[in-house]
Design a protein around this ligand. Structure first.
Ligand SMILES: C[S@@+](CC[C@H](N)C(=O)[O-])C[C@H]1O[C@@H](n2cnc3c(N)ncnc32)[C@H](O)[C@@H]1O
Length: 212
């Protein structure tokens, strides 16, 4: 899995879909008052880049060496002490985690003041099937209720939840995962009216949770 992500690294670094969006602006807004942050599953490093520009000290981690993180590790097993960072954030990555509840517990453990989670929301079984066909490393998108229960189990209270529509250029979205031919046709069918012109429009959820 990590080799797959290392091979994709350059595409994620240059991806417009990942380097911009109101969810990134919100992550910066939610960092107000914080001094240090951990970016879990940093990928192309867009969260870290924006937060460093906002004056925070940021450590990045990711299991894929090609993403060039500061620490190579899974979200489910973070090599940091309790309350090491003011903020811990993970953006557009949790749907790849094998054990998301464990990852949220780990993020809660190393966060002193807040955990920020941004990911695609649950959009139904057809979208789940499309996501898995496009990218076999997709595990699942979660609903607000599921996120709230992961947070509660990790000793966090959700203070704010926001929703976005995320339009993503459809062909580059397929290309990033090497999804072609019959699979690409099936993905298009499964997405139905979520494909609008040359974009796919996904639901995105952002949560700010604090230790109870
Ligand atoms: C779509 S990219 C992340 C995007 C990035 N956070 C951003 O905002 O642009 C997904 C990343 O999740 C990482 N990943 C996959 N499974 C993981 C896990 N169990 N723990 C931590 N990171 C994981 C991959 O290596 C990849 O870099």
């Amino acid at each position: 899995m990590t080799d797959v992500w290392s091979d994709r690294a350059e595409m994620y670094r240059t991806s417009e879909a990942h380097s911009e969006g109101p969810d990134l602006d919100l992550i910066v807004e939610w960092a107000t008052g914080a001094r240090t942050a951990l970016d879990v599953a940093t990928g192309g490093g867009h969260v870290a880049h924006r937060r460093r520009a906002a004056g925070l000290e940021v450590v990045t981690c990711d299991p894929a060496p090609g993403m060039k993180p500061d620490a190579i590790c899974f979200a489910e097993d973070l090599p940091f002490a309790e309350e090491s960072f003011d903020l811990v954030v993970t953006r557009v990555a949790a749907h790849h985690y094998e054990d998301v509840a464990k990852a949220v517990a780990e993020m809660a453990r190393v966060a002193a003041s807040a955990v920020l989670i941004v990911d695609n929301g649950f959009m139904g079984d057809d979208v789940e099937a499309a996501e898995k066909l496009r990218d076999p490393s997709h595990v699942r998108n979660y609903s607000e209720a599921e996120w709230r229960s992961f947070a509660q189990a990790a000793g966090l209270e959700v203070e704010d939840v926001q929703f976005f529509e995320k339009p993503i250029e459809f062909q580059p979205w397929l290309d990033r995962c090497g999804c072609v031919e019959d699979d690409a046709v099936s993905v298009r069918e499964l997405l139905g009216d979520r494909v609008v012109g040359d974009h796919v429009v996904l639901d995105r959820i952002a949560l700010r949770a604090v230790p109870v």
